[in-house]
Write a protein of this length. Structure first.
Length: 151
């Protein structure tokens, strides 16, 4: 089976999300790709770094802008396992990410729950790539978290 480019990079983001899960972080992973090369990646590390801004997207964007030596990512694609929150959408907007691909939607905290105007008008979105796998990982994490709290 040959994976599409979107599936290939989302699978990488999903692997990063699994790393977050192992570290008891909300399992979200992100990868930034430019011209077929991964130039930034990250997974949620808010607990580990004691930093509410240490979301997967923020870490991946920082790595990518450092790699390019530019604050703009117009020719890049961000792959993320969960719909970005309003904070991350703001960073995506200011970085002018050319394309955003995400797996699972987040009806409660995703940026679309607040306003689709948080998205940069030139950015292109692809939604639902590997959404079942992305969603299931989140469900497994929160189920495990509830079980731990009951003990």
């Amino acid at each position: 089976m040959v994976l599409s480019e979107d599936d290939k990079y989302m699978k990488m983001a999903l692997q990063l999300a699994k790393e977050a899960f192992k570290e008891n972080e909300i399992p979200v992973g992100a990868v930034v790709v430019a011209e077929g090369k991964v130039i930034g990646k990250g997974y949620n590390q808010t607990e580990k770094l004691n930093d509410p801004t240490a979301h997967a997207e923020m870490l991946a964007i920082t790595a990518a802008t450092n790699y390019l030596g530019s604050r703009h990512l117009q020719n890049c694609t961000l792959y993320v396992t969960l719909e970005p929150c309003a904070m991350c959408a703001g960073a995506i907007f200011w970085a002018q990410v050319g394309r955003i691909v995400y797996g699972a939607t987040d009806e409660k905290r995703g940026f679309n729950a607040y306003s689709s105007k948080l998205a940069h008008p030139k950015s292109k979105y692809t939604i639902g790539v590997m959404k079942e796998e992305c969603h299931q990982l989140l469900m497994d994490f929160f189920k495990q978290l509830r079980l731990k709290r009951k003990k």
